[in-house]
Design a protein around this ligand. Structure first.
Ligand code: SAH
Length: 212
């Protein structure tokens, strides 16, 4: 998702109590920042943030952090939240490449990826957020037995991800290529992209994997 540069984005984001302005200063201190020892889960590429915001409302005993690389997109998430603040939800504007600067070893319980950019060209494989180099990055910041949950409508990206998981030494716990007609879809929370693509008739794929 890439939106036009929006001049007010920076200002609105800097004024939002939900956005962490200096995430690198939080390295290893996230439980203190939330003020509890509850599990911490992140979504990388959260877009407009509906998925994580709904999860945060449903599960007050879990802490959530949404990560988005573009201020123009994060602005939408902040605006959707409006005046509301949730004690268990923060957003960060950053590139996934920098995760290790922001999260300490084994600080997180789960990583969500929803409708990640497919990077269809072979030479861009390494940029896919489910590639083995990203999996090894998640492995460091996830706790023992930490999980990755991934949804997409892009079959090529899904098949690529299914192959990367064992190659990276991770365990595939569950998968479906038609989430909305599968028991794995019970209590599913739709993302903005998921709604758009499923309305077009695209089946939604989902996998759950556990770090090795
Ligand atoms: N998860 C949302 C948005 C999907 S679009 C949904 O399902 O509706 C993918 C999003 O990931 C875009 O907003 C894009 O800007 C963001 N993104 C892509 N690569 C990223 C990266 N390396 N780091 C952080 N965000 C990224």
């Amino acid at each position: 998702m890439r939106l036009r540069n929006i001049p007010r984005a920076k200002q609105v984001i800097e004024a939002s109590p939900t956005v962490i302005q200096n995430p690198e200063s939080c390295l290893g201190r996230w439980h203190d920042i939330f003020g509890n020892q509850n599990p911490i889960q992140i979504e990388i590429g959260m877009g407009k943030g509906r998925f994580l915001t709904e999860l945060a409302k449903k599960n007050p005993d879990i802490n959530y952090i949404g990560i988005e690389k573009y201020t123009s997109v994060l602005l939408r998430a902040v605006e959707k939240l409006g005046e509301e603040t949730l004690p268990n939800l923060y957003f960060i504007c950053m590139f996934a490449e920098n995760l290790e600067k922001v999260f300490a070893k084994e600080e997180l319980d789960r990583v969500y990826l929803n409708f990640s950019d497919p990077w269809p060209k072979d030479r861009h494989q390494k940029r896919r957020l489910t590639s083995r180099n990203y999996l090894s990055l998640y492995e460091k910041i996830l706790k023992k037995d930490g999980l990755l949950e991934f949804k997409t409508d892009n079959l090529a990206l899904f098949d690529f991800s299914l192959a990367e998981i064992p190659a990276a030494g991770w365990k595939l716990l569950a998968q479906t290529k038609d989430l909305h007609h599968d028991p794995l879809g019970a209590r599913n929370i739709m993302t903005e992209y998921e709604e758009r693509f499923s309305e077009k008739g695209n089946p939604i794929c989902k996998l759950i994997a556990q770090k090795g």
